[in-house]
Design a binder for this molecule. Structure first.
Ligand code: FES
Length: 166
């Protein structure tokens, strides 16, 4: 496990200190850590457990229970592709394959350059728009039409290259 730098540890300490007096602080702390760092490192679970008088296992249980928490760092851009039945039938798997090829991010993992994370999800509740993908929170319906998802990703890649060159 990679060690966290001092600034990150301090950030976690600040979040813990900010919420420790509140009722039910564990979930609020986890929420803030996830927002701030993009994931919940083990050290954060230790600090939260200590501050809240619970065990690391209990905090870990909370992290595992809620889908919005992750224990792995996410890429800068997060892609969700729905593999629920309606989306699968309409080409969800093809979207996944194309996304892997374009970004290098494996399913439920992050690309080596840290730019993209790819998650295959269950039904997102928008089956009428199948196949559905979500990129950085933006819903893309009928994502295979005119390569909508791929074009969105290509645009992000082009922008990132522009930023890198600037
Ligand atoms: S199956 Fe994809 S949104 Fe329902």
């Amino acid at each position: 496990m990679e060690k966290l730098n001092a600034a990150t540890l301090q950030k976690i300490d600040e979040i813990v200190a900010k919420h420790v007096q509140e009722p039910g602080p564990t979930i609020v702390m986890l929420h803030d850590v996830q927002n701030e760092l993009g994931y919940i490192p083990f050290e954060a679970m230790e600090k939260i457990a200590e501050a809240c008088g619970s065990s690391v296992a209990e905090v870990y249980g909370v992290v595992m229970f809620y889908a919005q928490f992750t224990t792995e760092p996410k890429g800068k851009h997060v892609i969700n592709v729905c593999l629920g039945t309606a989306c699968y039938v309409k080409g969800g798997q093809k979207l996944i394959d194309q996304t892997i090829e374009l970004t290098g991010a494996p399913v439920n993992g992050t690309s080596a350059d840290g730019l993209f994370s790819l998650d295959a999800t269950r039904c997102l509740g928008a089956c009428g728009l199948a196949p559905v993908a979500v990129v950085d929170g933006k819903v893309i319906g009928a994502a295979t039409d005119k390569n909508k998802l791929l074009n969105e990703l290509k645009q992000i890649i082009a922008e990132e290259k522009g930023t890198a060159a600037a």
